[in-house]
Write a protein that binds this ligand. Structure first.
Ligand SMILES: [Cu+2]
Length: 227
């Protein structure tokens, strides 16, 4: 092999190692879920209305954990579903939320989490019906919750009927699902507000609280409130 060929091989090998290192850094260390921005173009503290749509699924086939239960957020820019649980809203605004519930039921550990709190009117609209509670001990009918302790928000999300064949590919675009709508006021205090599902739905983990329950992009996330 000529000197030039050896130098070229060495340089190529070096560049390959650098490329792998950069991929690892960007993909695994810096490449967390993105934050979906619902605040741009909306003046904070005016009570303006912002619309947010989420879905919860029995799986997340676009992630490296295809068997983990997961939320998705609909991008207001593209209309596409994004594998994230991070979103940004303007302070002091009315947040209209729609959640599409595609996952099957898991009983709530405490009936308290079936009670709706923190929404305007202390109610949610479930498939067209206004309710203030979902009694998951009377029937297995709740899949996940959308709960934000910092503002006292708790919304159980109804599951499709027990015998339904659930959507098997995420993000779900068809299949049996519930439609829940509710509104709440975003706080006037800016910052990051943690939210999580209250059902220990991390199947295969001790007490169900590991895995998706503690991973951003699945069953826990943050609402960033901005001015
Ligand atoms: Cu859950």
């Amino acid at each position: 092999m000529s000197l030039a060929a050896r130098v070229a091989t060495l340089v190529l090998a070096f560049l390959a190692v650098v490329a792998v290192a950069l991929f690892v850094v960007f993909h695994y260390f810096l490449g967390g879920p993105t934050t979906i921005d619902f605040s741009s173009g909306v003046k904070a503290d005016t009570g303006a209305t912002v619309h947010i749509t989420l879905q919860e699924d029995p799986q997340n086939t676009v992630s490296t954990h295809p068997d983990w239960v997961s939320y998705f957020i609909k991008s207001p820019k593209t209309g596409g579903w994004v594998h994230t649980t991070l979103f940004k809203v303007p302070a002091g605004s009315r947040i209209d939320v729609t959640i599409l519930g595609y996952d099957g039921c898991t009983p709530l550990r405490n009936p308290y989490w079936g009670k709706i709190t923190g929404t305007i009117g202390q109610t949610v609209n479930v498939n067209g019906e206004t309710v203030s509670q979902l009694n998951s001990w009377a029937g297995c009918n709740v899949a996940h919750t959308f709960s934000m302790p910092g503002i006292g928000l708790n919304v159980p999300v109804k599951s499709p009927p027990l015998t339904a064949t659930l959507c098997g590919t995420s993000p779900c675009t068809s299949g049996p699902h519930s439609v829940e709508t509710f509104s709440f006021m975003s706080p006037k205090v800016t910052g990051s507000y943690f939210w999580q599902c209250r059902i220990p739905c991390g199947g295969g983990f001790i007490d169900g609280f590991g895995g998706p329950m503690q991973t951003i992009g699945f069953m826990t996330g943050n609402m960033v409130v901005t001015d």
